[in-house]
Ligand binder design. Sequence first.
Ligand code: NAD
Ligand code: FE2
Length: 372
Amino acid sequence: MKDFKLKPEIKYGSQSLGWIKNLKSKKILIVTDKTMVKLGLVDKVISNLNGSEIKVFDKVQPNPTIEVIEDGIKEYFMFSPEVIIALGGGSPIDACKGIIYFSYKIQKEHNGCIKRIPFIAIPTTSGTGSEVTSYSVITNKNSKIALSDDEMLPTIAILDPEFMKTLPKVVIADTGMDVLTHAIEAYVSTSRNSFTNALSLEAIKIVYKNLLKHYENAELIKPREEIQHASCMAGLAFNNSSLGINHSIAHTLGSNLHLSHGRSNAIIMPYIIENNKNAYEHYFEISKMLGLPSENIVEGKNSLIALITILKEKMEIPNSLKDLGIEFEEYKKLMPQFLNDIEKDICTTGNPNQFTSEEYIELLTKLYYGLM
Ligand SMILES: NC(=O)c1ccc[n+]([C@@H]2O[C@H](COP(=O)([O-])OP(=O)(O)OC[C@H]3O[C@@H](n4cnc5c(N)ncnc54)[C@H](O)[C@@H]3O)[C@@H](O)[C@H]2O)c1
Ligand SMILES: [Fe+2]
C-alpha cells in the first residue's frame, strides 16, 4: 500500500494571514530569525494575535544547528505553548519542526504520552516547501541530517504573498531554483506517481513562466504569488514521492562549505540531469511540456539543461564550485566526507540512478570544474 497525503490545510492569497485571528489560544510561541524581527514581519503576525500571550524565539540562523534546536526545546518546556508558529524561510520552519519533534519525544519518554499542539507555518521564502512537508533539515557539526516524521507536518500553512515583498534578489534566485530542483527531482524519483507528477509538472511550468519576472521585481503581485504556489506544490510533490542525489549532494556541500541550499542545488542540477540516464525520458517530457526543442529524448534532456543554465546566468548564479571561489585542495580533502554523507542521506534512495564511489568522485570533480 502507498500513501498520498493531503495535509496540511493551506490558506493562501492576500490577507490570508488574517486567518490567525481565529486562534483563541492564550500562549503562542513564534519560532523565527532576527531578520523577520528587523523587517517588522514578526510584528505583522503579532498584530493579528490580540489577547494572546506571546513568546518570540528568534535565534534561528540559516542552516539551523542542533544547538539552536536545543535552545528552542528549553524555551518550549519553559513557556509551555498552546500553539506554535514558525515564521520565516526553510531555516525557521525546519528549526521549529526540530523543536516539536524532540519536545514530543521527550514528553513520550517522560510521561508516556504527547500533548500535541497546533503548528502553523508561515513561509517567507518561495522556497523549500517546508510548510507542507514532514522533513526537517538540521545541521550537526559539518553534516546536514534530513529527518522525516509526520509529527513535524504543520497543521496549517499560510501562504500570504505580503511576506515575500522584502526578499532580496539573491534569496529569490536561490530559493526559486530550490523549487525547480524539488519539482524535477520529485518528477523523476523512484517513488513518482500520478499525483506527484501532476504537482511537479505544474510547479515546473509556473517557475518557467514566473521566476525571472519575480526576480526582476518582487513588488509585482502575480509572479510573487505564482512562485509561492509553485514552491508549495513542489513541496507537496516531493513529500509524497521523494527527492534525489541533487539534494543529497546539496546537503553535504551546504554543511561542509557553508553554501546556501538553493544555490548549491542550482549549481549541481545540470550535472545530475546529465548523469541520471534512467530519467532521460522524463526530462524529455518536461522539455516537451515547456515547448523547448525536444525532437528526441537526448535533445529534450539537453534543452532542460540549457534552460537551467540560462536561468542561472540571468540570476547571476555560477556554473561551478570553482567559480564560487572554493579552493580545490580543501574540496579534495572533504571528498571522503562528501561520499559518506551522500550514502547516508535520506534522499539518495529516491534517485533514478545509483552510482559507485568512483562515479561520485568523477561527478564531484566535474561539478567543481564545471565540466559536463
Ligand atoms: N524541510 C524541507 O523540506 C526542506 C527542503 C529544502 C530545504 N530545506 C532547508 O531549508 C533551509 C533553507 O531555507 P531557505 O532557502 O528558505 O532560506 P533561509 O530560511 O535560510 O533564509 C535565507 C535568508 O533569507 C532571509 N529571509 C527569509 N525571508 C525573507 C524575507 N521575506 N525578506 C527578507 N529576507 C528574508 C533569512 O533571514 C535568511 O537570512 C536549509 O537549511 C535547507 O536545508 C528544507
Ligand atoms: Fe531543497
